[in-house]
Design a protein around this ligand. Structure first.
Ligand code: NAD
Length: 256
């Protein structure tokens, strides 16, 4: 592998102001990609771009207008998009009998419609150029669902379905479409659940976190950059014959 294997490639990463998105940007930048980082949170994405190098753009993945604007601006400024990483996502634990329509819609709007709209805005360009790599961040719960996250699990299964169908549709254009399924990565996404569990069980947040870590066969959580490594591989020519896949990065928690 050449250290600079993504040199000359323009990578657009959504939700890049925080957690896994920032970790993905770190690794792609290290491999030489030109970064375009987008997020709903403008301050955080500007900070990420100033730390890592690259362009920061405000982006609401649930809005078609916003997706079109972002893609238009990148094509104007950079002339191409080689890699799209659909990373923006939201989650919350809710018992199913308390789950309401607003929470269902909130999660599906970002996690499913957001992937659809951003990808829909980028795909005509990749078809025209006959090339590109689209990588969406699903989850291990997009392969095997868990209680209290029924709506979130359903949204992550949908990302796998979108990935598989689009991979077959885009194959004649040499546009590859894959997913990465993280397991347990401590990001701000986890804090509300850890707070809830620590209060319910009378333990600290650190102890609540350790209970999850104890369930990982390799005995350690994944770091945002571990997810970035899988994304960098899928973005590179080394993965030129891989499409429609959902790669687990779970320390052995998810095996298929
Ligand atoms: N942390 C984990 O353990 C884990 C495990 C499996 C999958 N994931 C997935 O990884 C992805 C990143 O999660 P994370 O843990 O880094 O969470 P995070 O909360 O740290 O980051 C998510 C980012 O998405 C942005 N975002 C939210 N709504 C948006 C919108 N409408 N438009 C644009 N940006 C928006 C947020 O501002 C934030 O910067 C998500 O898709 C999540 O479901 C996370």
């Amino acid at each position: 592998m050449s250290e600079n294997e993504l040199a000359g490639k323009v990578a657009l990463i959504t939700g890049a102001g925080s957690g896994i998105g920032r970790g993905i940007a770190t690794v792609l930048g290290r491999r030489g990609a030109e970064l375009v980082l987008t997020d709903l949170d403008e301050a955080k994405v500007r900070e990420a771009a100033s730390d890592l190098g690259g362009t920061a753009l405000p982006h609401d993945v649930t809005s078609w207008t916003s997706c079109q604007e972002v893609v238009g601006r990148v094509l104007d400024s950079h002339g191409r998009i080689d890699v799209l990483v659909n990373n923006a996502g939201v989650s919350r634990s809710v018992p199913f009998h308390e789950l309401d329509e607003a929470e269902w819609d909130r999660v599906h709007n970002v996690n499913v419609k957001g992937v659809f709209l951003t990808t829909r805005a980028v795909v005509p360009h990749m078809m025209e150029r006959r090339g590109g790599s689209i990588i969406s961040i699903s989850s291990m719960v997009g392969k095997e669902a868990i209680p209290l996250f029924v709506h979130y699990s359903a949204s992550k299964f949908a990302v796998i379905g979108l990935t598989q169908g689009l991979a077959k549709e885009m194959a004649p254009y040499d546009v590859r479409v894959n997913a990465v399924c993280p397991g347990v990565v401590r990001t701000p996404l986890w804090e509300p659940l850890l707070k809830q569990l620590s209060a319910a069980k009378g333990i600290t947040r650190g102890e609540a976190w350790q209970e999850f870590v104890d369930g990982i066969p390799l005995g350690r959580p994944q770091e945002p950059e571990d997810i970035g490594e899988a994304v960098a591989f899928l973005a590179s020519e080394r993965a030129r014959n891989m499409t429609g896949q959902g790669i687990n990065v779970t320390g052995g928690m998810q095996l298929h």
